[in-house]
Ligand binder design. Structure first.
Ligand SMILES: O=C(CO)COP(=O)(O)O
Length: 249
């Protein structure tokens, strides 16, 4: 049985005030313990967030990390710096990192490995652009991104990964993949994983991300191969985020 994960990626948004409001709202909402909830605020909030959330079941995630343990990398943050803040989850390969910051599959793999080595759960983000979808390249692109990482990891490392399918054309656009479109890609990923190792396919949590909102979450989350959501815009609004958490419960 895969435990649903609802993770709120705040991107370059949020404040100490939102952190407090979100924590209080989530605590009083009494989200079912059958759902794992994580918030992923920007770096500057992580230390405070670690303290604020330490007495709750809400997990803390980071949006990226540098693969090296330390050194002359101005502006970057390492895995051990994240764990010191209480971070348990970290995104790797978000499409904004891939396109705006030039992270290719090898750079993503290095980040996944650094996160695993530090004991964190990497959330590997994959997804195709609209152009790639229209050119019938969804399978090639998405499985290519999954394969580069999975094939480089040991069986025990793989089992600690979460994968988020985020079609680039659905991110921040208000244009959600239909439940059928999302399910189709999730089933494809799971089937590829299962061919490699049945237990891996069965156990891997596959999140959907891309304009998931309070009013479309239940339908997306009811699909058999969708095990949670990676939420952008709606994760900044406590009521909306809580509604999505409830929909997963
Ligand atoms: O990129 C996303 C989460 O990582 C999705 O963002 P939106 O929910 O704003 O479309």
């Amino acid at each position: 049985m895969r435990k649903p994960l609802i993770a709120g990626n705040w991107k370059m948004n949020g404040s100490l005030e939102l952190l407090e409001t979100m924590k209080q709202a989530l605590t009083s909402a009494q989200v079912s313990s059958s759902v794992e909830v994580a918030i992923i605020p920007p770096f500057t909030l992580l230390m405070s967030a670690g303290r604020t959330l330490s007495d709750s079941a809400i997990r803390l995630g980071a949006q990226t990390l540098h693969p090296e343990p330390s050194g002359a990398f101005t502006g970057e943050v390492s895995a051990s710096m994240l764990t010191e803040c209480g971070v348990s989850h970290v995104l790797a390969g978000h499409s904004e990192r891939r396109t705006l910051f030039g992270e290719d599959d090898q750079a993503v793999l290095a980040r996944v490995t650094a996160a695993l080595d530090a004991g964190m759960t990497p959330i590997l983000c994959v997804g195709e652009t609209l152009e790639e979808r229209e050119a019938d390249r969804v399978e090639t692109v998405v499985l290519g991104q999954v394969k580069t990482v999975i094939d480089a990891l040991s069986a025990s490392q793989r089992s600690r990964l979460v994968i988020a399918y985020e079609p680039v054309w659905a991110i921040g656009t208000g244009r959600t993949a239909t439940p059928e479109q999302a399910q189709q890609v999730h089933a494809m990923i799971r089937s590829w994983l299962s061919d490699k190792d049945p237990a891996l396919g069965e156990g891997m949590r596959l999140l959907y991300g891309g304009s998931m909102k309070a009013d479309n979450a239940a339908e997306l989350l009811s699909q058999p191969d969708i095990d949670g959501g990676l939420i952008g815009g709606a994760s900044l609004k406590p009521d909306d985020f809580i509604a999505i958490c409830h929909a997963a419960g």
